[in-house]
Design a protein around this ligand. Structure first.
Ligand code: HEC
Length: 213
């Protein structure tokens, strides 16, 4: 008796499952177009309708000209990076710079990267008066749209990272514009002593040694 009940139950379950699956199959087979499929319904033969002109995907409005294009309200390059610069941003900028720019511009920014050493057109050195005085927005624009033989990096480097790279390029430039007077006393002592930076001169003994001369 008990087994018979079980058997009946199993049969009922099986039938219910089949009914349920049949329902699914119907939904799967309903009439619809695949993306980009052909259709005789519209004159242009395409099932998909073209987007309304100037359609912008959600989250891609990019209204902020300074941030997305490096331009101020008059359409000129912004003088300064339009977001706050901190140590984390500089570290990110160095990381991206070493990947995307150093192969040509070299890690020190003199334009003699490995690709240039192997015969590519010499990339610009950042250590020129013109590029030192240029707006931050200009460097952002070069990264975005390219310059001369250099391709643009808009498709590989997102806007926030482009600004991080600009900040790092500025740091590279500053690294060659330092003034002795701007250094901490310990470092200055070592430099004044023999013209080379001597880390040992920055410990206590070194300072006394340096200042004795
Ligand atoms: C494939 C090599 C290559 C790579 C990679 C590259 N550049 Fe360049 N870059 C060049 C060349 C070539 C020039 C043009 C030199 C010239 O004609 O004076 C140039 C010029 C520049 C200039 C100067 C523009 C001017 O007005 O003189 C800047 C700034 C610059 N690049 C920044 C970057 C930054 C930042 C990156 C990384 C996102 C980068 N480049 C990646 C090859 C490269």
């Amino acid at each position: 008796m008990k087994t018979e009940f079980k058997r009946t139950l199993a049969a009922v379950m099986a039938i219910l499952t089949m009914v349920a699956l049949a329902g699914c199959a119907d939904m799967k087979d309903q009439a619809r177009y695949e993306p980009l499929e052909q259709s005789a319904f519209f004159a242009d033969g395409r099932a998909s309708r073209p987007l309304v002109e100037n359609t912008i995907a959600r989250g891609f409005l990019r209204e902020d000209d300074a941030f997305y294009r490096g331009l101020n309200s008059e359409g000129n390059f912004v003088a300064r990076i339009p977001v706050p610069v901190d140590a984390a941003m500089l570290a990110r900028g160095k990381n991206r710079y070493d990947i995307y720019c150093a192969p040509c511009h070299a890690r020190i920014g003199d334009g003699m990267g490995m690709i240039v050493q192997r015969g590519y057109k010499e990339a610009a050195s950042y250590h020129t008066d013109r590029l030192r005085a240029i707006e931050d927005g200009y460097i952002y624009d070069v990264i975005t749209n390219g310059f001369s033989k250099m391709q643009g990096y808009a498709s590989q480097v997102r806007p926030a990272d482009r600004w991080a790279i600009v900040a790092y390029v500025r740091a590279l430039q500053l690294s060659r514009m330092g003034e002795l007077a701007g250094l901490p006393a310990e470092a200055r002592a070592g430099l004044e002593h023999d013209g080379k930076y001597d880390p040992a001169a920055s410990d206590h003994e070194g300072v006394e040694h340096g200042s004795a001369h």
